[in-house]
Design a protein around this ligand. Structure first.
Ligand code: FES
Length: 179
């Protein structure tokens, strides 16, 4: 398999061509926080918690590491000031679903209105049901701040017995509250 060499946080890292920055970092023991990424599911790019700063052809950009492929000579910063600022903002916006990261990022509370953010919209429940279970019992209902996962009529009994997606939910209770 063809490999490329890139730099992550100043460390030279080799990764298979086609791998994502997130996969390369993980293999090199460099932690990048994620919420909508799961090895069992296709990359989705919804939460942006995995955002990193890259330098490509002299240009600095922010990209979602779970989607962005490694490239020869790419320089990546996983914890730059800008990246940390964005992650803190995301934690606040999606409070309380993401309190798992609050301590780590020193976010004590959210500036945003409570009750708006019980679901992070990571889509793991909907995607797991479709991609792994091949059932499509869940879908996204509504738009904007009203957008939420919802159960398709007729699936209630089946979902109550399965419950496999419950463990994927960052809020833990978001899907459970709808089944
Ligand atoms: S883990 Fe990359 S966008 Fe969610």
């Amino acid at each position: 398999m063809e490999h490329v060499t890139l730099e992550i946080n100043g460390k030279s890292v080799q990764a298979p061509k086609g791998a994502t920055i997130l996969q390369a970092a993980k293999a090199a023991g460099i932690k990048i926080p994620t919420l909508c990424s799961d090895d069992k599911l296709e990359p989705y790019g919804a939460c942006r918690m995995c955002m990193v700063e890259i330098v490509k052809h002299g240009r600095v950009r922010l990209v979602a590491s779970c989607l962005f492929p490694v490239e020869e000579g790419l320089s990546v910063q996983t914890d730059s000031e800008k990246v940390m600022r964005i992650r803190k903002m995301i934690i606040e916006l999606l409070w309380p679903a993401w309190q798992q990261y609050a301590d780590e990022y020193g976010v004590a509370k959210s500036r945003f209105q409570p009750g708006m953010t019980d679901c992070s919209l990571c889509g793991q429940c909907v995607r797991y049901c479709a991609e792994v279970k091949k059932e499509n019992a869940l879908y996204f209902k509504g738009r904007g701040i009203d957008r939420r996962p919802a159960l398709i009529d007729g699936f209630r009994d089946q979902c109550s017995q399965c419950r496999e997606c419950f463990g994927l939910c960052s809020g833990g209770w978001v899907v459970a509250s709808r089944v």
